[in-house]
Design a protein around this ligand. Structure first.
Ligand code: SF4
Ligand code: SF4
Length: 364
């Protein structure tokens, strides 16, 4: 009845029957990618000149070549041979990519949400185009995938997705996800984990700048939302772009990556983004309601369950989270979507619900 008072629909609060059978499951949340995380300043650009190609673009601290159609058709090897030295493979031994990484922003307790200078090499056109043809999006997606982007989605930015006082220049967003490496997951919180974490943000930032240059070279304008910056609230942005759903941990969970991802975005003047109908992720909150492994895994008790008129609600206390400042990933490690994968979790949950429904109908 209390539920009706606050208009929550009075749905039954599910307890945690998965407690036993999620022993081998695990892994959720993660460094607070979607929590306004991210800090500091990027390393200042310095083109060390190791990459030469037909059209040179710069990805943060290093230069690379924008691939031609032929390069893209040849796949990653051809792309790298053409000069794409700083892709997801990171720094080369010849020092092409310095790995200085973001510095902590002294104004933020957790070291997150700093401003980043736009390190795109190509300036925005004076009169940007606003309509792109389908070929453009095909090329953009191919280029993004060759550089290690796993998912690409599109959405329009609304005010609740803006995380900073800075006003976004464009409200059309290209949203990108990038996989976090196993090394980060396996390294306990501390300076080493933070360094690995920062390096991942830096790599994704460079990819953003390269894609920004690609888009600008086609006559459109962009504003890079660096993954370590505080301009946008990335998890809700990813959810709105149809890339996944936010789990109890506050992190985006996707079929491709579970919660093990970094998210970034490029805001653009392109108005006719190819918005896609997302798949049905509505079961994820139901699963989280019976799992709760990320809450138990958090060493800082950053996720606190509180009683409300709608049942138990989860409050995330950002100041406690050490995901950004120390590279903590315990809530990722314990999330079943990371340990088992998205589809196995879904299949198991569907089966459990069928059994529960059968039991209920027998009891009635
Ligand atoms: S409740 Fe479970 S499934 Fe949901 S985010 Fe946390 S660990 Fe992952
Ligand atoms: S401190 Fe807690 S919420 Fe933050 S990353 Fe670690 S486990 Fe996740």
């Amino acid at each position: 009845m209390e539920d009706e008072k606050c208009g929550c629909g009075g749905e039954e609060t599910v307890k945690r029957p998965l407690e036993d059978d999620t022993e081998e499951n695990s892994e959720c949340c993660g460094p607070p990618q979607g929590r306004g995380v991210d800090c500091g300043d990027e390393a200042s650009p310095e083109d060390l000149g190791c990459c030469e190609g037909p059209v040179e673009v710069k990805m943060g601290c290093c230069s690379a070549s924008e691939p031609t159609k032929k390069d893209m058709a040849g796949g990653k090897e051809t792309l790298l041979a053409a000069g794409g030295c700083c892709t997801e493979d990171g720094p080369q031994e010849d020092g092409c990519c310095s790995e200085a990484g973001p510095q902590e922003d002294a104004g933020c307790g957790c070291g997150c949400g700093g401003d980043f200078p736009d390190e795109s090499l190509i300036n925005n056109p004076v009169k940007p185009e606003s309509i792109a043809d389908p070929d453009f999006f095909d090329q953009l997606e191919q280029y993004a995938q060759l550089m290690g982007i796993v998912q690409i989605g599109y959405t329009h930015v609304t005010s609740e997705l803006v995380n900073s006082k800075e006003h976004p220049q464009y409200l059309h967003a290209i949203v990108l996800t990038y996989q976090m490496g196993q090394d980060i997951i396996e390294t306990p919180p501390g300076p080493e984990a933070q360094e690995l974490n920062n390096a991942t943000y830096t790599k994704l930032g460079r990819i953003n700048y390269a894609l920004s240059d690609f888009i600008r070279s086609r006559g459109f304008a962009t504003q890079v939302a660096h993954p370590y910056g505080g301009l946008l609230n990335f998890s809700p942005l990813g959810q709105k772009a149809g890339l996944g759903w936010i789990g109890q941990s506050g992190l985006l969970i996707s079929p491709e990556l579970g919660p093990r991802m970094k998210i970034s975005a490029i805001l653009t003047s392109i108005e006719n983004l190819p918005l896609k109908e997302p798949e049905d992720y509505s079961w994820i909150p139901d699963y989280c309601a019976v799992c709760g492994k990320c809450i138990k895994a958090c060493p800082e008790e950053a996720m606190v369950e509180k009683e409300s008129c709608c049942g138990m609600e989860l409050e995330f206390i950002e100041s406690r989270c050490i995901g950004c400042s120390q590279g903590c990933t315990y809530c990722i490690e314990e999330c079943p979507f990371d340990k088992k994968g998205y589809q196995p979790v879904k299949i198991k949950f569907d089966k459990m619900n069928v059994k529960l429904a059968e039991k209920r109908s027998k009891d009635n």
